[in-house]
Design a binder for this molecule. Structure first.
Ligand code: SAM
Length: 310
């Protein structure tokens, strides 16, 4: 296994970036380092280099990060920074950076500050005029979006919805009409309840992508209509286990295009083989989309794409 050590300090790091000029005299820097969301190989060479060279690694859970560092042959000094001590720890770490130390901030998984601690330390460092450098990498929401196949040009990252039903419902009401795909994080013990609430509030005809255990052994990505998602989860208890990103298609996409993407896909497949009316009826039965909308879309497709009249 490759050993990353202090001796590399002036290699990759020195040539890295134009941030070079230090903000205040001999101050060090704060690096915000993304770590894997499952597969320990999902970490950049630059992140490993920074972690190996840092004077101190501030970690949400020192055991979790210790495991990652050991896997990559890195011996680093670790200190805990989590939601319960971030305020106190931030002042301490800022003082150390001002004194010239380089500190790498990591969370348990993915990108610090994204539904994870870190924002407060970054804010304090910026207030102190220190240099803050992001080291980009894994993030569950972006990984899920990249494999979701939703054509929406815009998305809204919401993160965790409130755990209480009333607060969750009102949060969802405020999102219902937004013309963006909506991206949520959810815990396994709440996923079934959450999906039911999404369907009830946002509308069962919208599409959902359920991205589970990304980059891990039991990774699964399932796409269906929102009102079919509960049944899909219930069909196998394993589908309710692990970590989840839920993505709901944009409200405007539905309004503009009229049909969910899955209905469009099925309709096109059927139209290639069957008469128009039969294609629309079958597509409606398969996808749950409205037959008259499918029929209208089939007519439009036939005219636009000069499909044979069957
Ligand atoms: N900072 C992380 C990031 O950049 O994605 C998110 C941390 S947040 C505390 C943890 C939540 O992210 C999980 O409850 C789940 O919703 C989502 N998540 C993290 N890892 C995941 C994975 N491998 N597959 C699916 N979702 C994941």
């Amino acid at each position: 296994m490759e050993q990353h050590g202090k001796s590399e300090k002036h290699g990759a790091q020195a040539q890295r970036q134009g941030h070079g000029a230090q903000a205040s005299g001999g101050a060090g820097k704060l690096y915000v380092v993304a770590t894997p969301i499952g597969n320990l190989g999902d970490i950049s060479a630059r992140a490993l280099s920074v972690l190996a060279q840092a004077d101190l690694v501030a970690a949400e859970d020192t055991r979790t990060t210790g495991h990652l560092l050991a896997h990559h042959g890195i011996a680093a000094k670790l200190v805990a920074l989590h939601e319960h001590n971030e305020m106190r720890r931030a002042a301490e770490l800022v003082a150390r950076i001002e004194a010239g130390e380089t500190i790498a901030l990591v969370s348990d998984a993915g990108t610090p500050g994204i539904s994870d601690p870190g924002a407060l330390l970054v804010a304090r460092a910026m207030e102190a005029g220190l240099v803050v450098c992001p080291i980009p990498g894994a993030n569950a929401a972006i990984a899920a979006l990249s494999a979701a196949g939703l054509a929406a040009p815009h998305f809204l990252f919401y993160g965790f919805l409130p755990s209480k039903s009333t607060a969750r419902r009102s949060a969802l009401e405020s999102l219902r009409e937004l013309p963006y795909a909506l991206v949520f994080y959810e815990a396994p013990h709440r996923v079934t309840e959450c999906v039911a609430e999404l369907a009830a509030t946002l509308g069962g005809e919208r599409e959902i992508v359920i991205a589970r255990e990304l980059t891990k052994l039991f990774e699964a990505i399932h796409r269906c209509r929102l009102d079919q998602a509960g049944a899909w989860l219930a069909a196998d208890p394993n589908r309710q286990r692990g970590e989840f990103v839920l993505i709901v298609s944009s409200a405007q996409a539905e309004a503009q295009e009229g049909l969910p993407a899955e209905a469009e896909r099925v309709l096109r497949l059927l139209l290639a083989e069957l008469p128009l009316k039969q294609s629309a009826a079958l597509a409606a039965a398969i996808t749950g989309a409205r037959k008259n909308e499918l029929y209208a879309r089939a007519l439009a497709l036939r005219d636009a794409e000069a499909l044979p009249r069957k």
